[in-house]
Write a protein that binds this ligand. Structure first.
Ligand SMILES: Cc1cc2nc3c(=O)[nH]c(=O)nc-3n(C[C@H](O)[C@H](O)[C@H](O)COP(=O)(O)OP(=O)(O)OC[C@H]3O[C@@H](n4cnc5c(N)ncnc54)[C@H](O)[C@@H]3O)c2cc1C
Length: 374
């Protein structure tokens, strides 16, 4: 990078609040700060031409948890913590829909469906037995009634004959979502600097060192780098997790009618304009996928290709594109909102559902920042 004097001055200029990361969390935080405290100067530093993590690479599910996932979370975190997180996801989705509007998100009100492999009889039975429990948990967390209903799976014969339908879920286009949010932030006066990769946070001098010799002073810093957080803030309990995705060309007789979840949310697929989008499977390759390096591997590609044949026989010959994105995960699905010191706040670890939780977390981070600014 060879910055001119003018460029350096522009990027290094003072801001009340500096945010690293222009994904849904960073941009939502910037928007919420300016909505609540107009006139605040806010700067977002982003290494990519677009957000380069998960926010424009995800599957675009507007979801808050399948039954098998909720049961798993309630088991590992306790029912109350699980309900609290579901509540945050629902509040985030509601905020996102209200802020952007359904058209700007390309929202499809198609519901969500949990399917089961024919061999997963025990899991299926456990989920069916716990529908009331999960409906009550969702009602406590969100006020939504009768979220999950059992139904016949008539569309995808490769899976068990029964499914669970969630009428409150849907799908979006993640790039449309981020385009809307980025434009909104700019209109509110947020300065977004793309191509600025921060390598070191110098706490003592309140200075960010970036590639190309930039030295960017900050007053209050918010780190919204999710799966990459450990690179700048190694003390945080967040690990990267790669998720690989494929999309086919439009396929004839595509029977996918909603957003589908399998395996406690580890596998997901949906229809996009007649194409099949399918991703996940990192639970089967845990160590290999605990990485913040983008890429596609033979193991996951083989697994997803086989899964694609179960979903739609013949579709593996129609794969058009593969990609990956990086999540931030950890021992808990509870997102981290933590002051690392007096001037540095972290908002990371979306637990694989940042589309849902991101706008809510942005409000929470903004409130912290505003309280500090006075
Ligand atoms: C394949 C896939 C499918 C998913 N599907 C869904 C879904 O259907 N529904 C759902 O709710 N969630 C889904 N998620 C999760 C969701 O996308 C993420 O939780 C969410 O986007 C996280 O947003 P974020 O802003 O915290 O992080 P990110 O979007 O990752 O943003 C972090 C930003 O920080 C920037 N950055 C990192 N380090 C630096 C640095 N040193 N200097 C400057 N910039 C830096 C990155 O370039 C990036 O743009 C999925 C994720 C993936 C990967």
């Amino acid at each position: 990078m060879n910055y001119s004097f003018w460029e350096k001055k522009f990027i290094e200029s003072y801001a009340d609040v500096t945010i690293i990361g222009s994904g849904i969390v960073g941009i939502s935080t910037a928007i919420s700060i300016l909505e609540a405290r107009p006139g605040t100067t806010v700067k977002v530093l982003e290494r990519g031409a677009l957000p380069y993590g998960a926010s424009t690479k995800n599957a675009g599910f507007s979801c808050f948890g399948s039954v098998s996932e909720l049961l798993d979370d309630a088991h590992s975190m306790g029912a109350e913590a699980c309900a609290e997180i579901v509540g945050m996801r629902w509040q985030g989705l509601s905020k996102l829909k209200e802020r952007a509007g359904l058209a700007a998100l390309e929202y499809a009100d198609c519901g969500g469906t949990e399917l089961f492999r024919k061999t997963d009889e025990v899991l299926e039975q456990t989920c069916m037995d716990n529908l009331d429990y999960c409906n009550q948990l969702i009602e406590r967390a969100t006020g939504l009634k009768d979220t999950y209903t059992a139904a016949e799976n008539t569309e995808l014969p490769g899976f068990s004959a029964h499914k669970i339908f969630n009428r409150h879920e849907g799908t979006i286009n993640p790039v449309s979502m981020m385009n809307f949010l980025i434009n909104m932030a700019r209109q509110l006066g947020v300065k977004i600097h793309n191509g600025v990769s921060i390598s070191v946070v110098d706490y003592q001098n309140r200075l960010l060192h970036a590639e190309g010799g930039l030295q960017i002073p900050y007053r209050l810093l918010v780190v919204c780098t999710n799966g990459f957080a450990a690179r700048l803030l190694p003390s945080l309990d967040v690990l990267p997790a790669r998720n690989q995705v494929l999309i086919t060309r439009p396929v004839v007789s595509n029977r996918l009618s909603s957003g589908y979840h399998l395996d406690k949310g580890y596998v997901y697929f949906r229809n996009y304009e007649g194409r099949i989008l399918l991703g996940g499977g990192r639970n089967l390759f845990y160590e290999e996928e605990t990485t913040d390096q983008f890429g596609n591997t033979e193991g996951i590609k083989a697994y997803l290709t086989e899964m694609l044949e179960t979903i739609h026989p013949g579709a593996s010959g129609e794969i058009e594109h593969w990609w990956s994105g990086i999540l931030g995960v950890g021992p808990s699905k509870y997102p981290i909102t933590q002051w690392v010191n007096d001037n540095v706040l972290a908002g990371v670890r979306m637990g694989g559902m940042g589309v849902a939780i991101g706008s809510h977390l942005g409000e929470k981070l903004a409130a912290e920042v505003i309280a500090k600014l006075g």
